[in-house]
Design a protein around this ligand. Sequence first.
Ligand code: SF4
Length: 455
Amino acid sequence: MVRVHTVAPGSLGAELGLVPGTELRAVNGRPLEDFLDWEFLAADERFVLSAKLPTGQEIEYDVERPEGLPMGVTLEPPRIRRCGNHCDFCFVDGNPQGLRAPLYIRDDDYRLSFRYGNFATLTNLKPWDVERIVEYRLSPLYVSVHATDPTIRRWLLRNPEAPEIVPQLRMLAEQGIAFHTQVVLVPGINDRAELGRTLTDLYRLGDPILSVSVVPVALTEFSKRRLVRELTGEECRAALAAVGQFATRALADRGVPWCYGADDLYLQAGIGLPAAAWYGDFEQRENGVGSVRYLQMRIAEARDRLPDLAGKRIGVATGTAMGPLMPQVLKDIAAATGGRFELVVVENTLFGPSVTTAGLLPGAAIEAALRERRDLDFALVPAEAVNDDSVFVDDVGAGELADRLPMPVCLSYDFADVLAGGQADWRTGGQSMPAAGHSRSARPAVRLSARGGQG
Ligand code: SF4
């Protein structure tokens, strides 16, 4: 059973009499377990919907709808499938005390993998899940492989029951499912020769493996650190050499690099990033792969729509990971607008300085970094740091933050969304803080744990 959360006025759902709280029980007699059932089973032009209204009335609708006309119904959030692994580097376990309850949820949910691009390990798949993945063609899925050697993977996941990943991927691939994969690199465990083996095994699976990213393990001040440490610069360079070998081979065989290093890996290795064209459609951008080049590309694309900002000083808040990379982005945007863009690198006061991603910056740290900057005409704050309710990880609301700062501020994913997107409240000196529209990035708070947790 799934429950209706909202019904758009004037929509087909409203016409049927669906209201928030209505239980949607079955479509054509098939019980609805979650949003996937609803979306796939109710996709036809004609179907019978069994529902129970909040009044207790049970009702059957014979639904007929013109092709493409949405029902206008959103559902209550699904119950997240919990993770059964216990990775030593799990970011969720490394959260400090006192955060919102959802931030302690370790999700490992193939449904969120399909819908939002969250990485899942597939270690908790039941036969019924496999049938659904195949029936609904949930493709591509984002899968944390880490290592194809079953012993090493089980060690990394701290899960002796984890099934072998290669047969699992092969079986799904044979049924038409494709994958974006990642390897979170842990020194001494799945790097060097083991990374070579993993990349070889994935490459041999052929076209269904659309990409693989190699991401350096990230630990917080609160991580267990019993078994895992961070990579050295030399280890990052060795990993990039392996990435380069496979990318060269894939370019020759498949026309795409296929194997990508995360921006962090290049940064820690002290090696310059590849050009934007290297990243193709930036499929793993939200995994920190190609983020810098993506920003530069967005600025270049929006160049004709960017305003004249000559004489303006604009603060750009970001995490320490992007600190060394951002100047090349700001140079582009300054050249395009004439504005003076000043980088404000914010250290993560909640998780500790080793957490460098902008997506996990607490509102309080951004406030501390900007509150004395009366010299700024306005400031841009990373939109990925707030959830769908515009709340930072430390429960500070975006509006609250804006009220406490001396300059107008805007949430921004990529500069162009605010500067060229007509959402710039800074023009009027207003202090409201709209979330910039950006479909793929507008993900729920669970996304924060997915990236940070590297699950
Ligand atoms: S890192 Fe991911 S797979 Fe590992 S325990 Fe945490 S949520 Fe689970």
